[in-house]
Design a protein around this ligand. Structure first.
Ligand code: PXP
Length: 253
């Protein structure tokens, strides 16, 4: 089948560092995991440098910046400290995420509407350093429109509510929201990515949304890698995403 744009797979290696930090040990090393993820077919390595450094450390970012051969995507909060970190590291992409110290993981998308003036300045500073800027937002058309207005290059749609939907009705509704937000992004010439909560059994319907160019997946891949190895876990996820995309192109809904 010709001309099927297959989604890129970004592999988030934070949870390799979570295991290391649980014992403040030297292993397992997220740098090693990133090499194996690339060998397994990752098109990008994603890390979240949190303000409390609970998993990824500055040392990881420094080494990954030099060793990642695909692209490095740095997730971070929009704070002055993190802006300095981004300027030093110069990753390919910065994904701005909301961050609360008490949360187990990133709970919701950025409220771009409520913070548009501050975010606009932040986006401009990062773009000025030749860094592609993505905003992690809930699948909400208004948030996507504001992201475009303040100059973002991309939006990453938060798939958490779709992935965790308790009923079929909610799941269908959340899928519709993802489709509408992705179409809005495409119309506004924003690159459209997706992530959070995606695992091997729910990646299909997300990968089937044609406007989504990239998936960022962490927990499920690292969890499976413990059992089958990183390369195999990445390849399996990429194959599932690509098959879903090919099927969606072959039989459009
Ligand atoms: N995308 C963003 C913006 C995130 O914050 C995270 C979690 O760090 C992910 C993707 C990956 O989520 P998960 O670990 O649930 O796959």
């Amino acid at each position: 089948m010709a001309n099927v744009l297959l989604p890129r797979l970004g592999v988030n290696v934070d949870h390799v560092a979570t295991v290391r930090q649980a014992r403040k040990a030297q292993y397992p090393d997220p740098v090693h995991a990133a090499v194996l993820a690339e060998l397994g077919g990752a098109a990008q390595i994603t890390i979240h440098v949190r303000e409390d450094r609970r998993h990824i450390q500055d040392r990881d970012l420094e080494i990954l910046k030099r060793t990642v051969t695909t692209k490095l995507n740095l997730e971070m909060a929009a704070t002055p400290e993190m802006l300095r970190v981004a300027f030093d590291a110069r990753p390919h992409t910065v994904t701005l995420v909301p961050e609360r110290r008490q949360e187990v993981t990133t709970e919701g998308g950025l409220d771009v509407n409520a913070n548009k003036d501050a975010l606009k300045r932040f986006v401009a500073e990062l773009k000025g350093a030749d860094i592609l800027v993505s905003l992690f937002v809930d699948p909400d058309v208004e948030q996507v429109q504001t992201a475009a207005r303040i100059g973002a290059d991309a939006v990453e749609l938060h798939t958490g509510r779709f992935c965790d939907a308790p009923t079929r009705e909610v799941r269908e509704e959340e899928h519709r929201r993802l489709v509408n937000a992705a179409k809005a992004a495409s119309k506004l010439k924003l690159r459209c990515y997706a992530g959070h909560g995606i695992h091997y059994d729910n990646v299909g319907p997300v990968a089937a949304i044609l406007e989504i160019e990239e998936l960022n997946i962490g927990h499920a891949i690292v969890a499976r890698a413990i059992l089958v190895g990183m390369q195999a876990a990445v390849k399996e996820m990429r194959d599932l995403a690509w098959q879903a995309r090919r099927d969606a192109v072959a039989t459009p809904s």
